[in-house]
Design a protein around this ligand. Structure first.
Ligand SMILES: Cc1ncc(COP(=O)(O)O)c(C=O)c1O
Length: 462
């Protein structure tokens, strides 16, 4: 009974996979304020040139520089584990595998791109990075990466998470990063929002605006902004997860996976596990690929495919994505990292191309699933990750009903050891399910009514 499949450092993938090279319908370009596709120069105040190049690259395989691999070796390759005890408790004929990204020093998949981004920025001569963080995992990951590469890190942490997770701030400090609650008094965006809504829980959209404002305001030109999700280059860096997984499945002779599952905030851990399998699906494999989101922030299952900004203050270019509207402030559920109004353009386009089957799950079902997982497999997962666990359990129960020996794979994006307040509230019966009312959704979408619309091409039209 082999419980975990490991790879040696030598077996780690040497290239990332770029899904943009293979999507069936044409990529919808980001647009500038004039409604025209942006030119790379327009991003130069925000990102270094080498990452802008990667963001726009049509190349299928991109080499991972040796300097990045050397840092990733500290915890990669991560194990692929079989959830034998969970299978037994569920009495399912399905085999459940999970890729354990919680073994990184900050506790999630986020350092895969944090290290890459810090490395490329350093190569470009940048001294300081600014960013936002929702759950605190991304801020910790960037602080960790910056400390290893000798860069300064400044993190705007969504107020609600800042209050719920004080030890995340201490982690960031330990790695030398500076963390402030967002909205803050440190930027014009933050001051304007606080003047109107002094008690706001904040949102990722607001925190992104603050971090970009600080980066572009540094006249020395030595500060850039770093995003933990959504953008193409972030998805790219995460594909090492799925590429390792494929090698691990091959090692144990698993030729076919039936379901691939990941939770989605902006989409990076899902992209990491799923993009290499989307490649197989485009090339004829029959795989159910399931991105999972909270019912309270239903970007993929209820929001339209539109052009919208990635942040509240409209500083980012317009991106073609499923969006609840850039002004949307999600309810303060405990999965802070899933409280984002949009979803990565590459994932949005994959949904439109019919390659994915998105699913929305309520908070309580997710906590129940997390509890079952902790009491069978032993890992206390992050509240974000619990959405993937809940979906995997749904699939395993379905396999039992159908009497099918399915292979289910999910990404265990992070541990929840810094997220125990949510668990505590669950035990105290203080958590509730909340489905976004249709009226609130319509109201939020009104702010983006007049923005340009992406071309909606079905695969058969291409
Ligand atoms: C553990 C964990 N999983 C998932 C997410 C969601 O982000 P993404 O959709 O980019 O993977 C976060 C975000 O903070 C996270 O901390």
């Amino acid at each position: 009974m082999q419980q975990k499949v490991t790879l040696s450092e030598k077996e780690m993938p040497r290239q990332w996979y770029n899904l943009a090279a293979d999507l069936p319908s044409p990529i919808q370009p980001p647009l500038g304020p004039d409604g025209q596709p942006i030119k790379p120069e327009m991003l130069e105040a925000v990102f270094p040139g080498n990452l802008i190049e990667q963001e726009m690259s049509p190349q299928r395989w991109i080499d991972i520089p040796e300097g990045i691999l050397e840092i990733l070796y500290r915890w990669r390759p991560t194990p692929l584990q079989r959830a034998y005890t969970l299978e037994k408790i569920l009495d399912t004929p399905a085999r459940i595998y999970y890729k354990n990204e919680s073994v990184s020093p900050p506790g999630s998949h986020k350092p895969n791109t944090a290290v890459a981004q810090a490395w490329y920025n350093k190569e470009f001569g940048i001294k300081k990075l600014t960013t936002e963080t929702g759950a605190g995992q991304w801020g910790s990951a960037l602080s960790f990466a910056c400390s290893l590469l000798g860069l300064e890190a400044k993190i705007y942490m969504v107020r609600i998470s800042f209050d719920q997770k004080p030890y995340r701030k201490t982690m960031m400090q330990t790695w030398g990063g500076k963390c402030v609650p967002s909205p803050s008094e440190e930027t014009q965006t933050g001051r304007d929002i606080l003047a109107k809504h002094p008690d706001t829980p904040g949102s990722l959209g607001i925190a992104i605006s603050e971090a970009i404002e600080e980066a572009v305001s540094d006249k020395s030109g030595q500060t850039r902004y770093s995003l933990g999700s959504v953008l193409n280059h972030v998805m790219l860096h995460q594909t090492i997860i799925g590429l390792e997984t494929k090698k691990q499945l091959e090692k144990i002779g698993v030729k076919k996976v039936d379901s691939v599952i990941g939770c989605v905030g902006g989409g990076s851990n899902f992209a990491g596990i799923a993009f290499p399998f989307i490649y197989d699906k485009i090339n004829g494999s029959d795989i159910d690929i399931i991105p999972v989101e909270p019912q309270s922030c239903p970007t993929m299952t209820r929001a339209p495919y539109v052009y919208d900004h990635g942040d509240t203050a409209k500083m980012t270019p317009l991106m073609a994505m499923h969006s609840l509207g850039h002004g949307f402030i999600p309810p303060p559920i405990h999965a802070g990292g899933l409280r984002y109004h949009g979803v990565a353009p590459l994932i949005s386009q994959s949904i439109n191309d019919g390659l994915l089957t998105p699913e929305a799950i309520h908070q309580l079902e997710c906590y129940e699933a997390a509890m079952t997982f902790a009491r069978t497999e032993g890992i206390i997962v992050a509240p974000e990750t619990s959405h993937a666990v809940a979906s995997a359990i749904r699939q395993a129960k379905r396999a039992k009903e159908e009497g099918k020996e399915k292979v289910i794979l999910f990404n265990l994006s992070g541990h929840g050891l810094m997220d125990l307040l949510g668990y505590q509230k669950y035990f105290a019966g203080e958590l509730e399910d909340y489905a976004l009312p249709e009226e609130d959704l319509k109201e939020s979408l009104r702010s983006i009514e007049n923005l340009p619309k992406p071309q909606k091409m079905s695969v058969s039209e291409v």
